[in-house]
Design a protein around this ligand. Structure first.
Ligand SMILES: Nc1ncnc2c1ncn2[C@@H]1O[C@H](COP(=O)(O)OP(=O)(O)O)[C@@H](O)[C@H]1O
Ligand SMILES: [Mg+2]
Length: 443
């Protein structure tokens, strides 16, 4: 699979589109601004010229009495307009009749007009209104050219910004491309590879770290799964081999009924062991899938512990062990599950306790609000390197001990699962000849 796709769907494509639109918008606004500023400026200049000419014309009428002579006024006005060739002047009488029109007489195609009333002095010569017409053609040409230039500048400018932006985005996003390439390669390589963290921008560092962390957990889970499969196969192999060997022997021998009965009894024992392992594994897989404890009100946890301890009485007496219960509590618990957990813990404690010592079942509220339920025994401590693994499935530190083959190492994994079903967890301490293993339960 190649890491290529239509530019419209890429991050760079989106950034470039936004940049192009933004630059066109900003430059367009700027050019509009410049255009209207210059247009307003030109209009202000035109107004100024109208103003100046108006003042001059009014001055002419007010200050010069000689205008009563024929032709004098026209002469003065033409003189005044000599320097304003693009302005045309008309003087109208009260009835709107044109009494004077400056040279050249034709009105321009594009024009702006301005009229004002003449002073009383002028009324004597029957001139009432003056009308100024400015030829705005040249200004219009300038504005048209300016508009074309500004449009061009906006288009070329935004094209240049877009091109520059594309290059920046292309090189700026290079680390993301490299990362995508690496991730793609990882998928087809093995789980032990990680994303390189050197040269990665800080923004992507968190992502890369999280991804690598995820891979770590995935690899660990995968290794555990592999080990679990191997353990399961190993655990099932021995009883199955025994059943097969027993059956073959029974078939070959010409033994009587008694021999066959022995074979069936031995096979039954192995099959019970197999059934135990399978049931334990099924229970653990249900917990993995989120099964929860069915909580019911329990008045006295100590009473439940005493019942389980009674069940182990014979084993305890055999090893001259004493069992004490410390503390009590009530709450909402799954009594059957707690019996199972406690039974596993007591079984282990009885196996590992020093002969003649006392086993203590402790019920103690924790500072976190949870309830601690643990079993303490005196005996050989668990090495600190082993301690974190005792809740692992199929873990047995003492496989060489007598009855090692009867204990398949799922006891504490089930204890820990029961704690999780009660929204708690398992814990273990072992030091100075004393081992405490237990669970914390939410009430
Ligand atoms: N009270 C204890 N003292 C010392 N070691 C213990 C104790 N309880 C458990 N362990 C260790 O933890 C391992 C796992 O226990 P468990 O899961 O119950 O498996 P199993 O009892 O089948 O061996 C045991 O094999 C043993 O080595
Ligand atoms: Mg056990």
């Amino acid at each position: 699979m190649k890491l290529s796709m239509p530019i419209s769907q890429t991050l760079s494509g989106r950034l470039i589109r936004w940049l192009a639109s933004l630059s066109l918008f900003v430059l367009g606004c700027l050019c509009f601004g410049v255009f209207f500023l210059i247009k307003a400026n030109l209009e202000a200049q035109q107004n100024l010229r109208f103003e100046k000419l108006t003042t001059a014309i009014l001055h002419l009428f007010e200050e010069t009495p000689g205008h009563l002579q024929v032709g004098a006024l026209e002469h003065d006005l033409e003189d005044l307009l000599k320097v304003n060739r693009d302005i045309h002047l008309r003087l109208l009488d009260e009835n709107g009749e044109v009494r004077f029109s400056s040279q050249p007489g034709v009105s321009p195609a594009r024009a702006r007009s301005y009229s004002f009333a003449l002073p009383a002095e002028a009324q004597k010569t029957s001139h009432a209104i003056a009308e100024l017409t400015l030829d705005t053609g040249p200004d219009k040409v300038i504005l048209d050219r300016l508009a074309a230039i500004l449009w061009g500048a906006a288009l070329i400018g935004s094209a240049a910004i877009t091109l520059g932006g594309y290059l920046i985005v292309y090189f700026g996003l290079a680390p993301i491309r490299r990362l995508a390439e690496q991730t793609h390669n990882l998928a087809i390589l093995s789980l032990d590879k990680r994303l390189a963290t050197e040269g990665i921008p800080a923004e992507l560092q968190v992502l890369v770290d999280q991804f690598n962390d995820l891979l770590n957990r995935l690899e660990k889970a995968y290794q555990q799964l592999e080990a679990f499969n191997a353990d399961v196969a190993h655990e099932l192999r021995t009883p199955l081999a025994n059943i097969i060997a027993n059956s073959e022997l029974a078939l070959r021998s010409k033994n009587n009924d008694e021999g066959l009965r022995d074979c069936i009894a031995s096979n039954l024992e192995e099959m019970q062991r197999l059934s135990g392992i399978v049931n334990d594994m099924l229970f653990l897989s249900q917990v993995d899938r989120g099964a929860k404890a069915r909580r019911m009100p329990l008045q006295s946890l100590a009473k439940l512990c005493a019942e389980v301890a009674d069940y182990y009485e014979a084993v305890l007496i055999d090893s001259s062990l004493q069992c004490l219960i410390e503390g009590d509590a009530s709450g909402q618990f799954d009594a059957a599950l707690l019996r199972r957990a406690l039974s596993n813990l007591l079984n282990n404690a009885a196996r590992h306790a020093d002969c003649g010592s006392a086993i203590v079942i402790r019920i103690k509220p924790e500072a976190t609000g949870q309830l601690g339920l643990s079993v303490i025994n005196r005996g050989e401590p668990i090495p600190s390197a082993t301690l974190p693994h005792i809740f692992d499935r199929f873990f047995r530190a003492d496989i060489s001990r007598p009855h090692g083959h009867q204990n398949h190492g799922l006891g504490l994994a089930i204890v820990s699962a029961i704690a999780r079903m009660h929204d708690g967890g398992a814990f273990a301490r072992s030091a100075h000849g004393e081992t405490e293993i237990g669970i914390r339960l939410s009430r």
